[in-house]
Design a protein around this ligand. Structure first.
Ligand code: FES
Ligand SMILES: [Fe+2]
Length: 404
């Protein structure tokens, strides 16, 4: 079949592109819509391991963090015996969310509606007016908070809602776990700073952006482009991917460069850098003297909240914290807020069209390593997405009447 034959076929832009480029190299805009978002909650987020927080946020008994996973309120905490625990943050009485605060410390969890109270182990401890249940068989042991699996690698706490899903080790794979532990296992880390950035786009546009090195020389031509040359990328399996980076002074002042290169993390060279995009929606970023983590609260099909945690070392001086903060701002927060954010806005608007609805991720040969401009990190994301969603195309519930 010739190119002319392909173009003359009475098919949509997506079908023609898939035929010409290979179906793994095109993405239909339907994947960013309402139906896909609803399906992703159960097929992906309710089954994978989701990053929750750093262990330093649960350093003592009763410390807790809440988040949303698969549209479900989740509570992670540390029990009195030191065990990490996770629960559906849904009251067993009439379904209220039990804990509304984003984080805190407590001796027990009391539901705000009728004050049923749960221990740190999730067991139901007290029920006001419990005697009124006497006419029916009622045993508090049957009504504890429903647990979810929690586990940690390198101090990163994850949860999995699927009791029959893979272990965290299997989900991450050996290479990914080793990269995390290699850095975060070499020192005593703690969260030094947090930031949230609400954004009116589909959650997948961010992991796609993190895996898209093609845009860096254009979108970041006056920020990251000159100071952050790419190294190799590595596909790590299960949709996870690493991009190695380097650092050069370029336009930076001597003083700024000194601050960026000072106090490298244990075992890390001052100019060593990589980002690690965990499927589905977490970004881990190492930059010489700082490590940061971005996850998303996925509020709706076109509404996400980026949550960034900046890690420093326990015992840092004020100056060391300032240097780590500066590194985070220069290497990530500034370019993300002022340069990527508006571009992703435009992408979300463009993808909302009823016209041509197909994007291309066809750059670079199929390989497990190569250069930053290649799209293999994007394709490995979509490979994993198809696998978890149980579909053969990067598309979801495409209308048969699509004309473009
Ligand atoms: S809904 Fe929680 S105590 Fe009633
Ligand atoms: Fe970017």
């Amino acid at each position: 079949m010739t190119d002319a034959d392909v173009r003359s076929m009475p098919a949509s832009t997506w079908e023609r592109a898939a035929l010409a480029m290979g179906s793994d190299a095109v993405v239909h805009a339907s994947v960013y819509g309402d139906a896909a978002f609803t399906a992703e909650q159960r097929r992906i987020f309710a089954r994978v391991w989701n990053f929750c927080c750093h262990e330093s946020e649960l350093a003592d008994a009763g410390r807790f963090v809440t988040l949303s996973v698969a549209g479900s309120p989740i509570l992670v905490t540390r029990d009195r015996d030191g065990t990490l625990r996770g629960f559906f943050n849904t009251c067993r009485h009439r379904g209220s969310r039990v804990v509304g605060e984003a984080c805190g410390q407590t001796r027990s969890f009391q539901c705000p509606y009728h004050h049923w109270t749960y221990g740190l182990d999730g067991s139901l401890r007290s029920v006001p007016g419990e005697e009124a249940y006497e006419c029916r068989p009622f045993d508090k042991r049957d009504f504890g908070l429903v647990p979810v699996r929690v586990d940690a690698v390198g101090g990163l706490v994850f949860c999995c809602l699927d009791p029959d899903g893979p272990s965290l080790g299997d989900f991450l794979g050996e290479r990914t776990a080793a990269l995390i532990e290699g850095v975060l296992g070499a020192g005593r880390f703690e969260v030094a700073e947090q930031r949230v950035l609400p954004h009116g786009v589909n959650w997948k546009l961010w992991p796609e952006n993190w895996r898209d090195g093609y845009h860096v020389p254009f979108v970041h031509q006056r920020s990251l482009g000159p100071i952050s040359p790419p190294g190799e990328y590595h596909l790590l399996g299960n949709g996870h991917a690493q991009q190695c980076l380097r650092a050069t002074q370029a336009y930076l002042s001597d003083e700024t460069w000194r601050q960026l290169m000072s106090d490298p993390l244990p075992g890390v060279a001052p100019d060593e850098a990589w980002n690690l995009t965990l499927f589905p929606d977490t970004l881990l970023f190492l930059r010489g003297n700082v490590f940061f983590i971005e996850r998303q609260e996925k509020v709706g099909p076109r509404h996400t909240v980026l949550q960034c945690r900046v890690l420093g070392l326990a015992g840092d001086t004020d100056e060391q914290r300032r240097n780590r903060r500066l590194a985070w701002q220069i290497w990530y927060e500034g370019p993300i807020s002022t340069e990527d954010h508006p571009v992703i806005d435009e992408q979300q608007i463009g993808l909302g069209t009823v016209g041509p609805q197909c994007s291309l991720i066809a750059r670079g040969p199929a390989a497990s390593t190569g250069l930053r401009g290649d799209d293999n990190r994007l394709r490995t994301f979509w490979d994993a997405w198809r696998q978890w969603m149980g579909t053969t195309d990067n598309a979801w519930a495409v209308s048969e009447s699509a004309r473009w």
